[in-house]
Write a protein that binds this ligand. Structure first.
Ligand SMILES: [Zn+2]
Length: 287
């Protein structure tokens, strides 16, 4: 009887501990999350936005004259040099035009890869979140950088734009951002896309709208995605957007949904395996 009990206990221990440890070692998000520094390889975006990694990541400093980058403790301020340059150029342009800088959110982890929480994409150093709220005039200290909560552009009932906050600045901010030729797509909440469509139609200015894509969430920030950089041979672009302004049936179908405020980050396939990423991502985690 004692012997049988021993066998049962051993089986229980093996069935709970051993397989978990075996599989856990391969979970890509855990592996990439634990690596706190960039690789020594030359810069390259590898794979796709939602299944990729980043060689030779470059970090975005927390402070600059034209922007502050929030939540540095998350260590998600790394990107391909093209992305860092895009942020610097865009924030300077906005500063020069409107007298205020940008608040920047997450880019990628030091070597890209899937994250254990928060985003499905942002994996190959070409995605960045930018808040709609302007950078305050004072420089945010370390505590403020971690705790600052930029406001949502939607009303408290989340069924329309918050007109106390929305101004033409937001229209221009999104237009200037999307007109950069390295930008592939800009994701905004469907209600914000609707507002842009309305204003653009009113002033006969619809040509720039095709890159602005409606997506759940994205009410206090928009998400900018760059095209694959020259020289990143293993980077996979999304199909380019069409010339359609996206203000018709696609937007309408989004607006019919109940959950305009949930982003796809709530449906992250958290436990992507290393073997699901491009082969060259294995080299990224070694060098
Ligand atoms: Zn994002």
């Amino acid at each position: 009887m004692k012997f049988l009990l021993k066998i049962i206990i051993i089986c229980l221990v093996l069935s709970t501990q051993f397989p978990v440890r075996m599989v856990a070692n391969e979970y890509a998000s855990e592996i990439f999350y634990k690596i706190r520094t960039e690789s020594n390889l030359s810069s390259e975006s590898i794979g796709s936005y939602s299944k990729g990694c980043l060689a030779g990541g470059v970090y975005l400093p927390s402070h600059a004259k034209h922007y502050d980058a929030l939540k540095p403790s998350r260590n998600r301020f790394w990107g391909h040099p093209d992305l860092i340059e895009f942020i610097e150029i865009t924030s300077e342009k906005i500063f020069n035009e409107f007298g205020s800088g940008l608040l920047i959110g997450d880019l990628s982890m030091p070597r890209g890869g899937p994250m254990p929480y928060g985003h499905k994409s942002h994996q190959n150093g070409l995605d960045v979140d930018i808040f709609y709220e302007r950078k305050p005039e004072y420089q945010l200290d370390r505590f403020k950088l971690e705790t600052y909560k930029p406001k949502s552009l939607l009303s408290p009932n989340q069924r329309e734009i918050n007109y106390e906050l929305w101004t033409d600045y937001h229209y221009e901010l999104l237009k200037i951002t999307s007109e950069n030729e390295s930008v592939a797509r800009v994701f905004v909440n469907p209600l914000i896309k609707k507002k842009l469509c309305k204003k653009a139609a009113d002033i006969n200015d619809v040509d720039w709208l095709s890159k602005i894509r409606p997506w759940g969430g994205h009410y206090n920030h928009f998400h900018v995605r760059l095209t694959c950089p020259v020289g990143s041979q293993n980077c996979i672009n999304q199909a380019p957007v069409t010339q359609d302004d996206g203000c018709g049936s696609e937007l309408q179908s989004w607006l019919k949904k109940d959950k305009l405020f949930e982003s796809n980050s709530t449906k992250i396939k958290k436990w992507m395996l290393l073997s699901e990423l491009p082969n060259s991502c294995r080299k990224i985690i070694r060098d």
